[in-house]
Design a protein around this ligand. Sequence first.
Ligand code: ATP
Ligand code: SKM
Ligand code: MG
Length: 167
Amino acid sequence: MTRPKAVIIGPPGSGKTTVGSRLAERLSVGFRDTDADVEAVAGKPVGEIFIDEGEPRFRELEHAAVRTALAEHDGVLALGGGAVLDEGTQLLLAEHTVVYLEVGLADAVKRVGLASARPLLVLNPRSQLKRLLEERLPVYERLGTITVSTGGREPDEIVDQIVKEIS
Ligand SMILES: Nc1ncnc2c1ncn2[C@@H]1O[C@H](COP(=O)(O)OP(=O)(O)OP(=O)(O)O)[C@@H](O)[C@H]1O
Ligand SMILES: O=C(O)C1=C[C@@H](O)[C@@H](O)[C@H](O)C1
Ligand SMILES: [Mg+2]
């Protein structure tokens, strides 16, 4: 059965795209990101989907993208930051190697920057991120089969740890 070598989850700014793509290079496998898959299906960037069609529609498209990617991708798969909130997605993840990238509020704020392109963080990135972390941390913790701390660590060092833990 085809399945990803690793599925990467975590909050915005945890480094899912950055670390996930380097992990894929290191393992010589393909990298896929469900945010990009949703953008390809919708024909527009995530931010525009939120504005034109609303968050519930984005979440529907995202769940479909996760289901498809889990079934057909055999490399490294990064999920959008909020994908894990969907109960159907939580069930699908139960059979996978799920890497949770842990990040604290201060680092996440620094990494997403003040002028964020992320639709959920446009108004007040710090307070939005704080609320989002509080709400989601228990879910990330529960779903991660491997938890990797990213604070004060370079992406390549994080990749080293993941490679060790999944092999
Ligand atoms: N370990 C790290 N140390 C320092 N900066 C990092 C680290 N990981 C990622 N970054 C930087 O943080 C920013 C956000 O990273 P990235 O886009 O990979 O996060 P993400 O988890 O994919 O976010 P999103 O959920 O919004 O897609 C980028 O500018 C990236 O270069
Ligand atoms: O954390 C979230 O809810 C999001 C994270 C991004 O990856 C995108 O999926 C979108 O901006 C929503
Ligand atoms: Mg990303």
